[in-house]
Design a protein around this ligand. Structure first.
Ligand code: ACM
Ligand code: ZN
Length: 291
C-alpha cells in the first residue's frame, strides 16, 4: 500500500459496535452475558464496554500497541457511532462513577471515556478519528471526523467547521457502496438504491463556498461487508461506484462530466473484470436473494 501512496487506517469501534468482543470477553461489559454470540447481521447492539472495568483499559492498551506494531499509520479510527447508553445508565459501576465524578449524564461519561481513549492512543503517538455524531461533544479541535448519516451532510459541514474539526465526506446517500446500485438488488428493506450516477453527483462541499468548506479533507466510501455474502458480491457492489467517488474526491465540480466519466469507465471495465477475475453472471444470479 505504501508503495502506491495508500495509508491503511485500522478501525476499532468503541464503545459500541462491539458484539464480537462481548462474545469473546463478556466480562468487559456492564451486564456480562456468557452466551453472547458474534453478530453477523446489520445494525447495532445495546452492549457498550464498561469504562469502569480496569481490564477494559488493559485490553485496549494492548490492542493499540499491537496496531502500532502492524500499521505504519499513526491514526486509529475509534468509531464512536451508534452507541446507545441505556446499559451505562443502568450499570451500578457506571452509576457510582458518574456520581463520584459529579457527571450529570451518560453523555458526560461518554466524553470522559473518549478523553481517556485518546490519552491511551497518545502514549503510542497515535491519534483518533471518529464517525461524526453531531453535538456529542467528544471531539477536539484539529481532530478528523467522517460525516456519514443520511441527509445530514450539510449540517455536519456547518457544525464541524464551527467546532474546528477536519471533515471527511462519507454521506451514506452517495457513498455507502454496500447499498444496492440497481432497483431490484437486495436492500434489507431499508437501503436506498444508490446508482452510479448518484455517486458521481456527490459534491463533497454540498454547494457551499470554499471558505465554509476548506476543512473538508476528502471523501470516503464504506463497503460494510456484513451485508455481502462473498467477495464477488463485494466487488460487484464496490465497482464501478468506487471510481465515481474517487473522481468526486479528486475533481472540482466545474471539471466534472458524466458523459466523459462514462467513456473513461469503459476502459476501467476491462481492467475490473480481468483483475478481479470477476464473475458478473454468477453474481447477478445470486442477487437477490442474499442469505
Ligand atoms: C456507520 O455506518 N454506522 C458509520
Ligand atoms: Zn458499566
Amino acid at each position: 500500500c505504501a508503495a502506491r501512496g495508500i495509508e491503511v487506517i485500522p478501525e476499532i469501534d468503541v464503545p459500541g459496535h462491539n458484539q464480537a468482543l462481548a462474545a469473546a470477553y463478556p466480562e468487559f461489559f456492564c451486564f456480562p452475558k456468557p452466551d453472547m454470540k458474534v453478530r453477523t447481521t446489520a445494525g447495532n447492539s445495546r452492549e457498550l464496554v464498561c469504562p469502569q472495568k480496569p481490564e477494559v483499559w488493559k485490553f485496549y492498551a494492548a490492542v493499540f500497541k499491537e496496531l502500532k506494531d502492524i500499521f505504519p499509520s499513526s491514526i486509529v479510527h475509534l468509531g464512536g457511532d451508534e452507541a446507545p447508553t441505556e446499559l451505562w445508565e443502568k450499570c451500578p459501576l457506571c452509576r457510582e462513577a458518574r456520581t463520584r465524578a459529579d457527571m450529570k449524564d451518560e453523555q458526560e461519561q461518554m466524553r470522559a471515556f473518549f478523553a481517556k481513549m485518546t490519552a491511551l492512543l497518545a502514549k503510542n503517538g497515535q491519534k483518533p478519528q471518529f464517525w461524526y455524531e453531531g453535538d456529542a461533544g467528544i471531539y477536539h479541535p484539529g481532530e478528523t471526523v467522517y460525516a456519514w448519516r443520511q441527509d445530514q451532510a450539510l449540517q455536519s459541514i456547518e457544525k464541524t467547521k464551527k467546532a474546528g474539526l477536519n471533515l471527511i465526506m462519507a454521506s451514506s446517500e452517495y457513498c455507502y457502496l454496500d447499498f444496492p446500485q440497481i432497483q431490484g438488488q437486495h436492500n434489507w428493506g431499508w437501503m436506498r438504491t444508490t446508482t452510479l450516477q448518484k455517486c458521481y453527483e456527490l459534491d463533497p462541499a454540498f454547494g457551499k463556498p470554499e471558505k465554509e468548506t476548506n476543512h473538508i479533507r476528502g471523501v470516503h466510501a464504506p463497503v460494510w461487508a456484513e451485508h455481502l455474502p462473498d467477495l464477488n458480491h463485494l466487488l460487484y457492489r464496490a465497482y464501478p461506484r468506487a471510481c465515481a467517488i474517487a473522481e468526486a474526491g479528486w475533481s472540482p465540480m466545474n471539471a466534472r462530466s458524466w458523459e466523459n466519466f462514462r467513456r473513461k469507465l469503459a476502459d476501467h471495465r476491462q481492467f475490473i473484470l480481468k483483475r478481479f477475475n470477476y464473475d458478473m453472471e454468477r453474481t447477478k444470479e445470486n442477487e437477490p436473494p442474499f442469505k
